[in-house]
Design a protein around this ligand. Structure first.
Ligand code: SF4
Length: 461
């Protein structure tokens, strides 16, 4: 695993359940006192969407013991739960139903709570701090039980319950360098041989505008390097990651022991750090390849103790097949909502709702080209018509189990297409031979006049 020429990542997705938290960590950009609880209905909608895009895990992010707040208790009862743990258990079950491996990021779990998650099929992310920092004005002044021994107790509880976990080290929140490095070494001795430890995360403090420590500067790069070197010694065989918002430092840090990007929320961003953008998969890949580093996908669980759990068997088989297929294809086709034609997150795109336009391998939609899409005056550019027919045919071919790319296409322009008229696009899959799918598309005027046609072949990946 410790190979500086390759870096792994998990195709993850994050869902914020509630920002309400009974802690008040000074470095936190996530906490909001009156934040609502995500309803089960909304949670299910998000899971369906994430699952349809072939993410392999979902990180359920929440404040710690939010049920201490009355408004959360009311919401829990409204959703039919007698406790927050029951709500989290239902969320884990829902994730597995949608073939997503659930990861809980909900603060420290005590022994009794951990016991309840034994058969939930989840793994857990915990963040450790290396110093108590509970004096007035310090980072953990208002946080109860957030100290080095609280983190260790949480690890012990997870180990005892047999729940896989990821250990994060929050660094740069006011601890001395000596405290920081000593603690990492101590936790290394404590759990590097634990078969339930999945990976290690280094989480350097970043001053978000909404956190109480917004004026504190982030840890210097040299200090992060030292942390990584010490973590690598303390955890010689584990994946060690740094959050995606520090992505631009990855290539340099690979020399110091960084070998993982961890859970990269490509589709959803990270609600814990809303101000820091998660780079697209393509950006990360291109950047790392320039530094001669290969990016490859891994699953969130990696030790035999974590993998041999019957409750995750079905989702695990599904996610492994996806990962193998993506790694083997060399083409990692991730829809991160930035597609020029249909991506809802692409501010310069056309934002045409392609997926909603498909029924029984036929894609139908209308689009009115403005003057920005013209070639000669008043006439729509043939290139944009080709793009839309290509996209429509691809969507006619694809469904939840078919992912395909254009192999070739042929276009015939019958008449000039006028600007400003609502055009109708129709595309249908017409056949298949081995992994090649055939499709046809037309562009029509409102009166049915055919303006252009296309035929294409699409290679299933
Ligand atoms: S860091 Fe976690 S435990 Fe601390 S306030 Fe934020 S959400 Fe709560």
């Amino acid at each position: 695993m410790n190979n500086s020429a390759s870096i792994s990542y998990i195709f993850s997705s994050f869902i914020g359940l509630t920002r309400t938290c009974h802690q008040r960590c000074g470095y936190c950009s996530f906490f909001e006192e009156d934040a609502p609880l995500l309803s089960l209905e909304d949670l299910r909608k998000k899971m369906i969407e994430i699952s349809s895009r072939n993410a392999t895990e979902v990180v359920l992010v929440s404040g710690e013991t939010p049920q201490e707040y009355p408004h959360i208790q009311i919401e829990l009862h409204r959703n039919g739960f007698s406790s927050y743990t029951d709500y989290l258990l239902a969320a884990c079950e829902m994730a597995l139903e949608h073939n997503l491996l659930p990861v809980l990021s909900a603060g420290y779990l005590d022994e009794f709570t951990a016991e309840r998650f034994v058969e939930a099929g989840c793994s857990v992310r915990i963040n450790l701090v290396s110093s108590s920092l509970s004096k007035p004005g310090q980072a953990l002044e208002k946080a109860r039980g957030r100290n080095p021994s609280g983190g260790k107790a949480s690890i012990e509880a997870l180990h005892k319950a047999g729940i896989p976990y990821s250990a994060g080290f929050v660094v740069g929140i006011g601890e001395t360098e000596e405290e920081r490095l000593k603690f990492i070494r101590e936790i290394g001795r404590f759990c590097t041989a634990d078969p339930y430890l999945q990976d290690v995360r280094i989480v350097p403090f970043q001053p978000g505008s909404s956190c109480a420590m917004s004026s504190r500067p982030p840890l210097p790069f040299e200090s992060i390097k030292t942390v990584l070197q010490v973590a690598r010694e303390a955890f010689p065989v584990h994946h060690i990651s740094i959050p995606p918002y520090l992505f631009y430092r990855y290539p340099a840090l690979a020399k110091d022991g960084l070998n993982d990007l961890g859970s990269v929320p490509i589709l959803t961003g990270d609600p814990s750090y809303p101000e820091f953008e998660v780079p697209s998969f393509e950006t990360m890949k291109a950047r790392l390849e320039k530094a001669n580093i290969v990016l490859f996908e891994r699953g969130s669980l990696c030790t035999p103790a974590a993998l041999n759990r019957p409750e995750i068997a079905s989702a695990l088989t599904h996610t492994r097949a996806i990962i193998e297929r993506r790694n083997a294809s060399g083409l990692n086709l991730i829809d991160n909502e930035h597609c020029f034609v249909c991506g809802t997150r692409n501010e310069n795109g056309l934002n045409i709702p392609m997926k909603e336009s498909v029924k029984d391998h036929t894609c139908t939609f209308s689009w009115t080209p403005g003057p920005a899409f013209q070639g000669y005056a008043g006439i729509v550019h043939g290139g944009i018509l080709s793009t839309l027919m290509d996209e429509a045919m691809a969507h006619a071919v694809m469904n939840n189990s078919i992912v395909a790319v254009t192999a070739d296409m042929r276009i015939r322009f019958h008449r000039p297409t006028p600007v400003g008229i609502p055009l109708k696009f129709v595309a249908t899959r017409v056949g298949q031979r081995k992994n090649l799918h055939f499709a046809r598309a037309s562009v029509l005027m409102p009166d049915g006049t055919v303006l252009a046609e296309a035929e294409g072949r699409f290679a299933e990946i």
